[in-house]
Design a protein. Structure first.
Length: 210
């Protein structure tokens, strides 16, 4: 074993994991944040990220943002919102070593930007975003977790051969329309981000022969 291997890592989903979705009380619909003013860190996120950083984990974000491909929001809005999130976390003393964004969508939507309407290798549950995060943040894949809130996050973790942990609250079922399918079983789950991190830090690293 090399003495100075890459560090352990946590690859973080954005919507529903770090920040809350945006609810329209009138229509009952939910969508993802597309403006800095809509950013609401979820309970336990700051505490959990501090725990991970203190334990030597490199932090990265891997997020599907098909809004521009679907004609729902502009690329600039996505980038502004992501930058504001990094700023919000930096203000809490949390450094994100890599931000990986998939803008693609296989079928797009009315008025969508055709540049992003395509199949790709990075839209979760595909593993491309996670591979990029591992490389850009200098993570050891055998000691890396994908932390998310959806089946796509678990699928991407499996495809990238990292472990998966889900923040999952049964009673927050109103966000189900944003999920990609039936929940598949993650390696760990907990109702709050910091509880999930505590469980991760108590789990032995994979004994990987690779
Ligand atoms: Mg999510
Ligand atoms: Zn993609």
């Amino acid at each position: 074993m090399s003495a100075m291997a890459a560090r352990p890592g946590a690859i973080l989903d954005r919507d529903g994991t770090l920040i809350d979705v945006v609810r329209d009380e009138e229509t009952g619909t939910v969508q993802v944040a597309f403006h800095p003013s809509q950013l609401r860190l979820l309970p336990g996120v700051v505490e959990g990220l501090h725990l991970l950083a203190a334990a030597g984990y490199g932090l990265a974000i891997a997020t599907n943002q098909p809004g521009p491909a679907k004609g729902q929001v502009s690329l600039a809005a996505v980038e502004r919102t992501n930058s504001a999130l990094l700023g919000l976390l930096a203000a809490e003393g949390i450094e994100i070593a890599a931000l990986e964004v998939c803008l693609h969508h296989p079928s797009g939507g009315p008025g969508g930007d055709a540049r992003w309407v395509t199949e790709c290798a990075c839209r979760k549950p595909k593993p491309g975003l996670l591979f990029r995060a591992i490389e850009h943040a200098g993570l050891d894949a055998t000691r890396t977790w994908m932390i998310g809130d959806s089946a796509a996050d678990v699928g991407a973790a499996r495809a990238a051969h990292v472990r998966s942990a889900l923040v999952f609250l049964e009673e927050r079922c109103e966000i189900c329309p944003l999920r990609d399918g039936p929940l598949v079983r993650p390696d760990l789950r907990a109702p709050r981000f910091d509880q999930l991190v505590a469980a991760i830090l108590q789990t032995p690293h994979m004994n990987c022969s690779g």
